[in-house]
Design a protein around this ligand. Structure first.
Ligand SMILES: Nc1nc2c(ncn2[C@@H]2O[C@H](COP(=O)(O)OP(=O)(O)OP(=O)(O)O)[C@@H](O)[C@H]2O)c(=O)[nH]1
Ligand SMILES: [Mg+2]
Length: 509
């Protein structure tokens, strides 16, 4: 029934892509599908909803920071490919979402491609932009673009390059996108420029990017990077520059620990003095190595997190959604029984009272003689019965509708996450449709079999975790995951052909 739905199609594509990048996660897609089916039968989901599309399946690494600090140069260095334009004026005006492709060429797609595709982290971003800046939502292409790139370094992850950060000049929509990116990212690299460690734009950046991020629960996903440190070699004031920068960060509450000083080998100024040069190189390699390591680890963490989300969703269905539906059904039944009872016993009482008052009850004459006296005349007991039934039916179904509405309102108001409200409204509506017997206590679509299917999904999550453990602790078993490891040393990427992807070379390692 749901075969042709868009959401099914999307999951098929997702599975196909994951097959190349992470076979375990490609199986996880099937388990999500199972949960989607259960949710649809319950009426919680319609055919376009899916638990799988509520997260980004690729780890997201974003590069934010001051303009001309070398964000794009860093990305090119990481990808070993000159993908992004660089230069000393403000170069990037848009956010560029960079994804892996098997094609051997780079493709650039408009922001609309991102806005419309739930596999990407910018799905429906235009709506969010519209909320903060009216009219800007339609102009999503001016803020975003998508690039697909064949660099092996990209396998299994998404990178985001961003325009230089300058809160003063920045439009609310750009700030909104920045915040959105920060929320979604698994790792945020915040770039600063060693040539201007305390500039004015740095103050804005610190205010927005550092000040706000410090108290987040996920604050350890931020790495603060002072780039272009090679510029300090000539004046030999590296330590002072680094210290001044750290002081500026500290003013905004950031304490050391996640601060790095680097420069990009391909574009660095030449350092003549051999001892200074080797000191710089070894420091840079150590720092860049740590940063690249974090980028790789993010891929692993994300795989575990997705399996965790699968488990969480299965538990949510069993322990939260279904019990809530049950509670709804029982509240609703109780309300209908009571109201029906009150209304009908009230009416019956009133009729009896009238009959008694009119003196009919004394003689208990059946049929009551008033049948002949009603306007129109000649009523039979059957026709009176039908009118009565219609009346009872009308009252009963009005009561059901009214009770469903009030119980829904009350229960939905209890749910804090407003995004879930439409789902619950739908599921409650389904559970109080006119054809649902008021005597039925079970939610439709829920049975012992469903319960067993959920238990199976939960069992599978353990198997997935084990497979991920095998994969990451024994990378020799799977070549794909050797390929995604970062370059061995930064001299390697500097010598040889800079910016070129060479898969063979990585394979040999
Ligand atoms: N000496 C030196 N120059 C660098 C380094 N990193 C980048 N550059 C140069 O700095 C300039 C700016 O680099 P980009 O990569 O364009 O900077 P960006 O942060 O992407 O800039 P916007 O996109 O405009 O915000 C370029 O000319 C780079 O060649 C570095 O580590 N050392
Ligand atoms: Mg740039």
């Amino acid at each position: 029934m749901f075969k042709g739905s868009q959401s099914n199609q999307r999951l098929r594509e997702l599975k196909k892509r994951l097959k190349e990048e992470n076979p375990v996660l490609s199986q996880v897609v099937d388990s999500f599908r199972e949960l989607d089916q259960i949710s649809r039968r319950l009426g919680y989901f319609n055919k376009e909803d899916s638990h799988a599309t509520r997260t980004s399946w690729w780890p997201l690494i974003s590069v934010l920071g001051i303009y001309s600090s070398g964000k794009s140069t860093f990305i090119n260095h990481y990808l070993r490919q000159k993908l992004q334009a660089t230069g000393n004026q403000a170069v990037d005006e848009k956010f560029t979402v960079i994804c892996f492709t098997n094609d051997d060429r780079v493709r650039v797609l408009p922001g609309l491609a991102l806005d419309a595709d739930p596999r990407f982290p910018f799905y429906k971003i235009s709506r969010a932009i519209e909320e903060v800046a009216e009219g800007e939502g339609q102009r999503v292409d001016t803020y975003l673009q998508l690039k697909t790139c064949p660099s092996e370094m990209l396998r299994g992850k998404i990178l985001i390059d961003s325009p230089g950060f300058d809160a003063d000049a920045q439009r609310t929509s750009t700030l909104r996108i920045t915040d959105h990116i920060i929320d979604l990212s698994d790792l945020v690299l915040v770039f600063f420029d060693a040539r201007h460690p305390e500039s004015g734009s740095m103050r804005d950046t610190l205010e927005h990017l550092v000040g706000r991020t410090i108290n987040r629960r996920d604050s350890n996903k931020f790495l603060y990077i002072l780039n272009q440190i090679d510029n300090t070699a000539l004046e030999d004031n590296t330590e002072e520059v680094f210290a001044a920068w750290q002081r500026a960060l500290a003013q905004y509450g950031l304490t050391a620990g996640r601060c790095y000083a680097i420069y990009i080998p391909e574009v660095a100024v030449a350092i003549e003095d051999e001892t200074v040069r080797s000191r710089f190189v070894s420091k840079r390699d150590a720092y860049l190595g740590e940063i690249f390591d974090r980028i790789e680890r993010v891929g692993e963490e994300r795989a575990y997190r997705i399996v965790g989300m699968l488990e969480e969703t299965a538990q949510l269905l069993e322990q939260d959604i279904v019990p809530r539906i049950r509670r709804f059904i029982s509240n609703w039944r109780r309300k209908v029984f009571w109201l029906d009872g009150i209304i009908f016993s009230g009416l019956l009482g009133a009729v009896l009272a009238v009959l008694f008052w009119a003196g009919y009850l004394k003689e208990l004459s059946i049929p009551p003689p008033f049948l002949e006296n009603l306007p129109g005349g000649n009523y039979t007991l059957i026709s009176l019965g039908s009118v009565l039934l219609l009346f009872i039916g009308y009252v009963h179904f009005s009561v059901r509708r009214w009770a469903a509405k009030t119980v829904t309102q009350k229960m939905v108001a209890e749910i804090k996450d407003a995004e879930l409200h439409p789902f619950y409204r739908r599921v409650f509506k389904k559970n109080s449709r006119w054809y649902r017997s008021i005597l039925n206590r079970q939610p439709p679509g829920w049975s012992n079999r469903t319960h067993r299917r959920l238990a199976e999904v939960l069992k599978d999550t353990n198997a997935y975790i084990q497979k991920l453990n095998d994969m990451y602790t024994n990378p020799a078993g799977d070549k794909t995951f050797i390929q995604v490891m970062g370059p061995k040393t930064f001299e390697e990427t500097q010598i040889g052909e800079p910016h070129k992807t060479d898969t063979k070379e990585i394979d040999q390692d």
